[in-house]
Design a protein around this ligand. Structure first.
Ligand code: SF4
Length: 379
């Protein structure tokens, strides 16, 4: 017998986005808000000023459409998010059109990084005995998790389960990476549960082929595992192969198999493949670049700052940065390289082997300056 409902529907263009969303919500009896309640909408707005090829941030028009439905239902939507470690959420909001959405609806837009956080004990933890979480999220009447569908260098897919990491402060985000990302994601979801999940498949960035695909789909559910498993199948992936989704199912956080799909038939829209392997050539295919990242348990903050530093140097200086090796996280030994960047305090013990950039994560401008020193170093 099916135990979890998931709605999957595609929209033709922005004009039928809201009506498609409403049908998805109705399919799964997803009107979880009551008159007068505060409903936190938690999109994924973690980046800015990255060579954004689409599909990396939740579509602000989808968030706007849901906020309108909530207002029509007499409740109060609040958009809340915290960017990845080292990034400014307000800037991410501004650059991705969220300020405009909030202004047009007269609703609050909250940078959670300014909020207090509370300590929540994790029942039967894998690795995290407690989770630090933003008080506003914990205290909210209702929480709607609105991830963008995207791939991730460490977890392969980044969907609803992973998006909950954005409800935790930077100190917890660092613990999450250092204590095992996939296990930590599951521990976070043991204590932070959304009432509704709306996954945004408007644009999906295919990292391996360096292409943004306009897929225009929405997946809705009240079960994060069933929602993520359905999206994985739509992307031609077996959800059992995505470690944190499988672990979440084994921890009884949701259903992987017994899913009642409403709306349209679920069959692969594409087949995403993964070829991250630490080489940044897939991230900057339009530029001449051969840079390799050597990492162990490094946070998205270090990844993102390093990539942004490289991108800025390529664009601003018009130089070839090929041949650089970057070490971050808990790597034990420095690779043999005459252009070695030691990135972030976790890798400080290897600082004698190359050019060290201090910070947790390092600042982008410090990364840029270190890259310039490497490029202009005499052989
Ligand atoms: S230095 Fe980088 S990898 Fe280490 S905790 Fe800070 S952000 Fe994470």
């Amino acid at each position: 017998m099916p135990t979890s409902k998931v709605s999957f529907r595609r929209f033709r263009d922005p004009s039928d986005l809201k009506s498609t969303l409403k049908r998805c919500v109705d399919d799964i009896d997803g009107v979880v808000w009551r008159k007068g309640e505060t409903v936190i909408l938690k999109p994924n707005v973690c980046l800015y000023r990255f060579p954004c090829r689409g599909g990396l941030v939740t579509n602000p028009m989808l968030v706007k459409a849901l906020a309108e439905l909530i207002i029509e239902g007499g409740a109060e939507p609040v958009i809340a998010e915290s960017s990845i470690v080292g990034r400014d959420t307000s800037e991410s909001f501004r650059m991705n059109g969220y300020e405009e959405v909030a202004r047009s609806l007269g609703i609050k837009l909250v940078d959670l990084k300014g909020d207090e956080y509370v300590k929540l004990p994790v029942p039967n933890p894998y690795v995290q005995e407690y989770i630090l979480a933003f008080k506003m999220v914990v205290d909210a009447d209702r929480l709607v998790n609105m991830p963008v569908v995207k791939t991730h260098t460490q977890t392969l897919l980044s969907l609803a389960l992973k998006n909950m990491k954005g409800c935790t402060p930077d100190i917890q985000k660092r613990r999450t990476h250092r204590m095992g990302l996939e296990y930590s994601i599951v521990d976070i979801n043991k204590v932070l549960k959304a009432d509704l999940i709306i996954e945004d498949g408007t644009l999906v960035y295919d990292r391996e082929r360096d292409k943004t695909l306009q897929l225009n789909f929405i997946v809705a559910s009240r079960d994060p595992v069933a929602a993520d498993a359905t999206v994985a199948r739509l992307l031609g992936n077996d959800p059992e192969m995505i470690t944190h989704i499988k672990l979440a199912y084994e921890s009884k956080l949701g259903e992987l198999y017994n899913i009642e799909v409403l709306g349209e038939e679920v069959k692969p829209l594409i087949t995403l493949r993964y070829n991250f392997k630490g080489n940044l050539s897939t991230s900057f295919r339009n530029h001449k670049i051969d840079v390799t990242i050597h990492e162990r348990n490094a946070c998205s903050g270090c990844f993102s700052q390093a990539k942004q530093s490289i991108y800025n140097v390529i664009v601003d200086d018009d130089v070839d940065v090929s041949g650089i090796d970057i070490v971050m996280g808990d790597v034990e030994e420095a690779p043999a390289s005459n252009k070695l960047l030691i990135f972030g305090v976790c890798a400080e013990k290897l600082r004698g082997a190359g050019v060290y950039v201090r910070g947790c994560p390092p600042k982008i401008e410090d990364g840029e300056n270190a890259i310039r020193r490497l490029i202009h170093k005499k052989e």
